[in-house]
Design a protein around this ligand. Structure first.
Ligand SMILES: [Zn+2]
Length: 180
């Protein structure tokens, strides 16, 4: 013949109402949600099967206190003094650590040849080449040194670009700078 406890256990799929671990009948007891002492009935609607240890802990506490105890467990509920070997609960999926943001590939600070030349000339101060021919060879040497070899024609284009920028003016073969 089935008892009240049997019925509750069956309805709960053989698990403790609170911790949901497989609950052998020998470890189970009927918990009156509203304690009998507080006027709780013996109806199934007021009863759950749970681990004896928890039932003992909850005792005749008010439903509010019981709720608090349950809620305080947060997440995976563990009944106190859970019987014997606990079934190895699957480890909670650790919140996958937020992948560190990929560091943006440092934009190859390819300060373009023209910027390179411009800043070099600025550094030279009064010792800037005064003649176009000297300027050309100076620029060629600089770019070669920076692993950016330029042909005469390309250097001529650079000088033209610098003129466009207003950084220098050329009169005949003479160069004047406005590098600030
Ligand atoms: Zn339990």
């Amino acid at each position: 013949m089935t008892t009240h406890l049997d019925r509750l256990l069956f309805a709960q799929g053989g698990q403790c109402f609170f911790c949901r671990k497989p609950l052998p009948k020998t470890e189970a007891s009927v918990e009156h949600l509203i304690a009998s002492a507080n006027g709780g009935t013996n109806d199934d609607g007021n009863c759950v099967a749970c681990c004896k240890a928890l039932n003992h802990l909850l005792g005749a506490k008010s439903i509010k206190e019981k709720m608090q105890i349950v809620l305080n467990q947060r997440g995976s509920f563990q009944c106190p003094g859970n019987f014997a070997q606990q079934t190895n609960a699957a480890p909670a999926p650790s919140a996958t650590a937020a992948a560190p943001k990929p560091v943006p590939a440092t934009t190859n600070s390819t300060s373009t040849a023209i910027d390179l030349v411009q800043s070099d000339l600025k550094k030279r101060g009064v010792s800037r080449p005064r003649k176009v021919s000297t300027l050309t060879s100076t620029i060629k040497a600089l770019l070669k040194q920076q692993q950016k070899p330029h042909s005469d024609a390309e250097v001529a284009n650079l000088i033209a670009a610098l003129q466009k920028r207003g950084k220098l003016t050329i009169t005949d073969t003479k160069v004047a700078y406005k590098l600030g």
